[in-house]
Ligand binder design. Sequence first.
Ligand code: HEC
Length: 152
Amino acid sequence: MKNHRLTMFLLVFVTVSSGYSLAHKGATGIVKQRMEAMSDIGKQMKAMAAMLKGELAFDANAIQDSANVIAGHARNIPDMFPEGSNNKPSEALPVVWSRWDDFIKLGSKMEASAASLAKAASSARSMAGLKDQIIAVGRSCKSCHRDFRQAK
Ligand code: HEC
């Protein structure tokens, strides 16, 4: 299960490193809105990661709600990134718009993985069956941030 430990580390890293951002200080308009949406996504991931680590009790309904919240924000991604909207303090990189199709696809991927997690959670009785799907959602964050968000 070495491989699993690694994915766990990645997941925790993704949620923790994306959670501490206070960068939306000073943001306005659509940039502020999407930073808040991303922060909310981060909050949902953090709660699910805490259940994975056993710090929070397993709660299938809470996981389902979190997954639905993430899927909902994911659906808004195309509208949350109007062309060229990366003035300070935005951390969006210009490649968002030069590689728009790739960017949107990663948003759809996050939506699909969150939707399938929500579905699985609706009948899950333990964490075991949901682990891989939570990790898949966590990976979708990383795959987009890697190319489209300014590194810290
Ligand atoms: C399709 C691309 C994409 C996906 C998928 C994505 N993000 Fe983001 N995220 C971004 C971009 C771009 C920014 C920077 C937005 C800005 O500053 O204008 C960002 C910013 C953030 C921020 C910082 C918000 C702030 O207040 O500055 C957090 C937290 C975050 N994302 C969490 C997540 C988590 C957790 C996931 C996965 C569940 C995720 N994101 C999935 C593109 C994505």
